[in-house]
Design a binder for this molecule. Structure first.
Ligand SMILES: [Fe+2]
Ligand SMILES: [Fe+2]
Length: 281
């Protein structure tokens, strides 16, 4: 099987002519089928795709890992660049009214999708919402909802939603919409996450459960360890080591501290998956 990733948007950029922004977008190619996981926060994806000679009009499907703006804010410009109808696979709760109450701020900041669904549909998005895993081919599947199964991986409490649409009371965002992309490769699973708000280890367990495959060969993408306690970080590293991965390419909300700890622990298999990273897996 031929699997290749090209990271089109990330917090940092790896080469001249590429832009960095707070967000993530990864183009995943599996035997010629092109799936775009997330779209970054702005039109950076379109700029970087052009710099990398990536033709966005040949993308076959879009998968949204969750409804935060830094993974969906590029949708308008990506859809314009694609010039046609494209299926957009996600959980229905991406449309929840999502906020963050950040440290040092006294007001909730809106961090949900910055577009109306109708506008995106007019631009060519054909939304295919599902709470369950969606098999795109026999070897590419989304995780659907990811159960929380351990004491370490809890959802970041700064992430909140309005308790009802149009309501005024804030409650913790259960992030039912958080999902990842899983490739059933010959040598094991490739797990590609957006933010992994439900926890990267919970995500990996879900990937194994859906596919029936135990061996995990690569973990790529956001791991949301930027605010993690040392205890959670060390536990996560211990669990990842048990997998005997061939590739660990973290991005975005992993945060510098966790990424540098992993770089030290995982040696040659580790890479910073930033904008411009192109890798055969
Ligand atoms: Fe997020
Ligand atoms: Fe994010």
């Amino acid at each position: 099987m031929n699997v290749r990733i090209t990271t089109l948007a990330e917090n940092t950029a790896s080469w001249i002519g590429l832009l960095g922004e707070w967000g993530l977008s990864i183009l995943v190619e599996v035997d010629g089928l092109r799936v775009l996981l997330d779209t970054g926060a702005t039109d950076t994806v379109v700029h970087n795709a052009s710099s990398l000679d990536v033709d966005l009009s040949s993308v076959d499907k879009i998968v949204l890992s969750h409804g935060h703006y830094d993974h969906t804010g590029g949708l308008r410009s990506v859809l314009r660049a694609m010039k046609g109808t494209v299926q957009v696979i996600s959980h229905p709760d991406i449309w929840d009214v999502k906020y963050a109450l950040l440290q040092g701020e006294d007001k909730h900041r809106y961090i949900g999708i910055p577009f109306k669904r109708e506008e995106l549909e007019w631009l060519g998005a054909s939304f295919a919402p599902s709470r369950e895993p969606v098999w795109i081919t026999d070897s590419i599947v989304t995780t659907g909802e990811i159960p929380l199964r351990n004491d370490y991986e809890q959802i970041d409490p700064v992430l909140q939603i309005k308790s009802d649409r149009g309501g005024q009371r804030f409650v913790g965002d259960p992030l039912h919409d958080d999902l990842s992309l899983v490739i059933k490769d010959d040598g094991g699973l490739i797990v590609i996450s957006g933010c992994a708000h439900k926890g990267i280890i919970n995500t990996i367990h879900r990937a194994r459960e859906i596919t029936g495959v135990e061996k995990v060969k690569a973990v790529i993408g956001g791991t949301h360890l930027m605010n993690a306690s040392d205890e959670r970080l060390e536990w996560t590293i211990t669990e990842l080591k048990k997998l005997e991965l061939e590739h660990l390419g973290v991005s975005h909300c992993t945060g510098f501290h966790a990424a540098s700890r992993m770089a030290g622990e995982f040696g040659d298999i580790f890479f910073s998956n930033n904008a411009g990273t192109q890798k055969a897996l």
